[in-house]
Design a binder for this molecule. Structure first.
Ligand code: ARG
Length: 621
């Protein structure tokens, strides 16, 4: 593991050493209250004077007093300013540059994330890492891959990377919707309308088509059945004879797809080899197709779990426990939990066993959480699920907590995200991830072609359009707060102006192009003469680059991808205003070398941030 180095920590230490004797505090008390600033004009580090807790003086007086006493000799690497009730520290440019730029050139991809955060003992690597399960994406086989799955995939992919880079052992888990009566319906539908050839070609698309066809029949059949059932119930209430109606109902039910699906699913539950074999084939083919799509987003799952994988024994154990503890109760033949009786009225009631004896989505989750804890012994588990399921997840955590597994519940966290509105494809409302990407790519390609000269230089414009399309979708998804929804807007996300994926990609590609044109061996850049970098643009760029490790650490706290993106956009803006001021071509060789070193450091940080988000930085576009 490359040794973690955060240049700002170095300055924190430096300032703490000088400040401590002035205010009669320990260095360790000052270090943590030195925080970063949102804009560089406020300084590189800031300290609210009130945090020094000096009695009998107003914060402003403390700030003035400390600022006047702070050492100003040549050895001091910062300048201090009293700004109202705050102390602002500015890193002296030359020492900052000669510290930060070579550090980045040397650390490369390792610059930024603190790989000790996920260690069991941050001081002793040999004790190993903490383990986190990130459960995300989790689509339903044979159903559409909808906006909720898209966001879960993108956000979950990002969180897994963040944890992995900060020293955690990460298990990426996909909990497929792959069990239930609808898979009986699908199997029967496949016998009627399915084709093995089509299934091999595009399992996801084909199964979906079959499912749509058979569901339509099921729905049509259910209409008269439901009407009869309703009539029977009504008549029973008033004590009328219903035998004639029942005689009419029975053959309809018997012949229905719904009943056939129920029977088929029962045979799956009973482990009928043929039924299981067909279902396994559907599942396996769908997974291999999903994997290819995930790969385009730089995501690989460690485990394809799913509702089908939840053990019967654990489900039975959970049920027995819940009943024994009086948490679950039988009500009109069904088993349910009434949360108002457990101090959580807001969570309403949840059925866990239907009247016909079958378990539900929640029941499987209740068993799965305990199974995973047994199997993996996780220190943390994150569920990345849309806010439409807030109640479900809260019921899951609450039940786990009150049924004797408080320790498990306390390790679990729900990352709940808002809706994407208006995600559709040209073909209609069916939304498979590949279709969505294909649509955005068409638009991206048009945008690229509008710059003919550049477009002609591309060796493989199709592949680049693909990467840019994916970047567009991902950045649009990641740039707001996770809990807020957004509108899926293809024109906006593919634009080169504004805070978009293509904008970041362009920033990266432009740096690559500057390096190519200079034709200098990048490995020689560390020996540059740093005193050549004196312009304010160069200094401010380095100040921004110095912040990156702090930004990553802060992201671990916020768990918000926007923390990274806000930083990257700011950095990219600073870069684009630098090019005219800090030209490489035409400058004298030493200056050229120093500027190239600066650009290479910036490119590295941009690359590190983009890949942390799951993007694939391009070198040309
Ligand atoms: N398959 C579910 C759906 O599409 C999402 C699963 C979320 N994870 C869970 N443990 N419940 O709605």
């Amino acid at each position: 593991m490359a040794k973690y180095e955060n240049p700002v920590d170095f300055y924190r230490q430096h300032i703490a050493e000088r400040l401590a004797p002035l205010v009669d505090k320990k260095e360790s008390e000052i270090y943590p209250v030195l925080s970063w600033t949102t804009t560089l004009d406020k300084g590189d580090l800031i300290l609210p004077a009130a945090a020094l807790r000096i009695k009998g003086k107003k914060p402003q007086e403390i700030a003035d007093d400390v600022a006047s006493k702070f050492p100003t000799d040549d050895q001091t690497l910062v300048t201090i300013q009293a700004q109202g009730a705050f102390l602002a520290f500015f890193f002296k440019p030359q020492s900052l540059i000669s510290r930060v730029v070579p550090l980045i050139l040397q650390q490369k991809e390792a610059y930024g994330p603190n790989p000790t955060l996920g260690l069991k003992d941050p001081k002793d690597e040999s004790k190993g890492s903490k383990k986190v399960i990130v459960e995300f994406s989790s689509p339903n086989i044979a159903k559409e891959f909808h906006q909720g799955h898209l966001r879960s995939t993108i956000i979950g992919g990002f969180l897994s990377k963040l944890y992995a880079q900060t020293g955690w052992e990460v298990i990426r888990m996909n909990y497929l919707g792959d069990w239930g009566k609808q898979y009986g319906l699908l199997a029967n539908g496949f016998r009627k309308f399915g084709s093995d050839e089509q299934l091999e070609k595009d399992s996801i698309q084909h199964l979906f088509q079959v499912y749509v066809q058979i569901s339509k029949i099921q729905k049509e059949q259910n209409e008269p059945i439901d009407a009869l059932k309703k009539e029977i119930t009504e008549k029973r209430k008033t004590g009328q004879d219903v035998s004639e109606l029942e005689a009419k109902l029975a053959p309809l039910v018997d012949a229905s797809e719904d009943e056939a699906a129920r029977k088929y699913f029962k045979s799956m539950e009973d482990n009928d080899p043929d039924a299981i074999a067909l279902w396994t084939k559907f599942r396996d083919l769908s997974i291999s197709k999903y994997k290819k799509t995930y790969q385009r987003l730089n995501i690989a799952f460690d485990v394809f779990s799913g509702e089908s994988q939840v053990g019967k024994e654990m489900m039975e154990k959970v049920l027995t426990d819940l009943k024994k503890q009086g948490i679950a109760e039988v009500d009109q033949g069904a088993t349910l939990i009434d949360f108002s009786k457990h101090g959580a009225k807001k969570l309403n009631k949840a059925i866990i066993i239907r009247r016909d004896g079958t378990p539900l989505y929640l029941t499987r989750d209740l068993a799965a959480i305990l199974e995973r804890h047994e199997k993996y012994g996780f220190d943390k588990m994150i569920y990345v699920i849309a806010d439409q399921q807030n109640e479900h997840v809260a019921q899951l955590f609450k039940t786990t907590e009150i049924s004797g597994h408080k320790d498990v519940a306390s390790k679990c966290e729900h990352i709940s995200f808002g809706m994407v509105k208006g995600m559709s494809t040209r073909k209609g409302t069916v939304k498979f991830l590949d279709d969505v990407i294909a649509d955005v790519r068409v638009k991206m390609w048009d945008v690229m072609k509008s710059n003919e000269k550049k477009y002609e230089q591309l060796e493989n414009p199709e592949a680049i359009a693909d990467v840019l399309a994916i970047s567009s979708i991902m950045v649009q998804d990641l740039k707001g707060k996770v809990r807020n929804g957004y509108d899926f807007n293809i024109d906006q996300m593919t634009a080169f102006e504004g805070d978009t994926g293509p904008y970041l990609q362009y920033a990266h590609a432009r740096l690559c192009s500057i390096e190519r044109k200079a034709g200098v061996d990048l490995s020689t850049l560390s020996s540059a003469d740093w005193s050549k970098l004196s312009e304010s643009h160069a200094v401010n760029l380095v100040r921004a680059l110095a912040q990156w490790p702090d930004v990553v650490t802060n992201t671990v706290k916020t768990q918000e991808p926007a923390t990274v993106l806000t930083y990257l956009f700011k950095m990219a803006h600073a870069l684009s205003s630098s090019y005219d001021q800090l030209q490489v071509v035409g400058s004298e060789p030493e200056l050229q070398k120093a500027r190239l070193a600066l650009y290479e450091a910036a490119r590295q940080v941009l690359w590190n941030g983009m890949t942390l988000l799951g993007l694939s930085p391009v070198e040309r576009m």
